[in-house]
Design a protein around this ligand. Structure first.
Ligand code: ATP
Ligand code: F6P
Ligand code: MG
Length: 339
């Protein structure tokens, strides 16, 4: 393979630039030409594609966001658009593509591979919701940002004897909430993968107050409900007039990537190039026990579906990997105020 391309798609994540840099530099080291596709699948279809060189990725390793820009481009689910995208690549003699994005972007990469065009997926999302990898590029930075904010909220929360609900990102996944919550010593963590009862939170809060605890920190994953909704539900069950809600929002998606994200992105980017060089496609790169692994992209997406409907109509919620269950239980044990 002599010519490859790279794109970033879906929500940006810190470390995407480091991954692009690794694809470009490793590609050049392998004697390839590397093209950058701007605005994800939108730029692919529209032919917004340019040749990158060593200098194009200079100073990028430490930068947040993605210098190739990203987009959500729902049109790409249609066959017509996918074929247009492949035409753009073929017209430039490009033979393989690295897609850096989340589960949605993996679907696009899967479609390209199914049409005979090899694509390799790199997990670029803060949500950490991709099966087949223990960590996604950007997750560590997002959690670090969330913890920084939680530490600050704890200060003001304890100064005013207040209860705080802090809503963190993670479209359908509780990973950011769990990691940030445990790292910041949150009293309760609400995640979409685990059912919880509002009355139990109120009960624990009362127990904590009896033990002389004057403030209470709840970390809520956005995939459960909005912070204001939980606040209303709590107020209906207890005297919580001095409750405050803080929504961290997109601050979690920006900023210079942590060391862990930079190194992960660099390793994964270089590995993707090696896979394409071997003529492989339809694979997603992951990390497991600190070693790089590859999984079929299809498996990464389908097995990782967070929810599926059982034959009896009930909803089954799957964890993308095993860590959250353990962390969820750990937090309950660390914040048991009944004893
Ligand atoms: N089923 C699909 N077939 C083809 N392309 C798809 C499909 N699903 C998503 N895509 C493409 O991938 C893009 C990004 O998907 P999505 O918005 O779900 O973000 P993501 O990659 O999951 O990232 P994140 O969740 O971190 O924001 C979509 O806008 C679309 O262009
Ligand atoms: O930036 P947008 O399009 O509002 O998307 C927000 C979503 O993207 C993510 O930041 C990454 O998937 C989610 O955590 C969040 O739900
Ligand atoms: Mg996603």
């Amino acid at each position: 393979m002599k010519r490859i391309a790279v794109l970033t798609s879906g929500g940006d994540s810190p470390g995407m630039n480091a991954a692009i840099r690794a694809v470009v530099r490793q590609g050049i080291a392998e004697g390839m030409e590397v093209y950058g596709i701007k605005y994800g699948y939108k730029g692919l279809v529209e032919g917004d594609i340019e040749l990158l060189d060593t200098a194009s990725v200079r100073d990028q390793v430490a930068r947040g966001g993605t210098f190739l820009y990203s987009a959500r481009y729902p049109e790409f689910v249609q066959l017509e658009y996918q074929l247009k995208g492949i035409e753009q690549l073929k017209a430039r003699g490009i033979e393989g593509v690295v897609v850096i994005g989340g589960d949605g972007s993996y679907h696009g990469a899967m479609r390209l591979t199914e049409h005979g065009f090899p694509a390799i997926g790199l997990p670029g999302t803060i949500d950490n919701d991709i099966v087949g990898t223990e960590y996604t590029i950007g997750f560590d930075t997002a959690v670090t940002t969330a913890v920084d904010a939680l530490d600050k909220i704890r200060d003001t929360s304890s100064s005013h004897n207040r209860t705080f609900i802090v809503e963190v990102m993670g479209r359908d996944a509780g990973d950011i909430a769990l990691w940030a919550g445990i790292a910041a010593g949150a009293d309760d963590i609400c995640i979409p993968e685990r059912e919880f009862k509002v009355e139990n939170i109120v009960k624990r809060m009362n127990e904590a107050h009896k033990q002389g605890k004057n403030h209470y920190l709840i970390v809520l994953a956005e995939g459960v409900m909005h912070g204001e909704e939980l606040a209303e539900a709590l107020k209906r069950q207890g005297d919580l007039s001095d409750l405050r809600v803080s929504v961290l929002g997109h601050i979690q998606r920006g900023g210079s990537p942590t060391v862990r994200d930079r190194v992960l992105a660099s390793r994964m980017g270089a590995h993707a190039v090696k896979l394409l060089k071997e003529g492989k496609g339809g694979l997603a790169v992951g990390i497991r026990h600190e070693k790089l692994v590859e999984n079929p992209i299809l498996g990464s997406v389908e097995e990782g579906a967070l929810m599926s409907i059982n034959p009896d109509g009930s909803i089954k919620v799957n964890f993308p990997h095993e860590a959250p269950i353990e962390l969820y239980r750990l937090n309950k044990a660390l914040n048991n105020y009944s004893k």
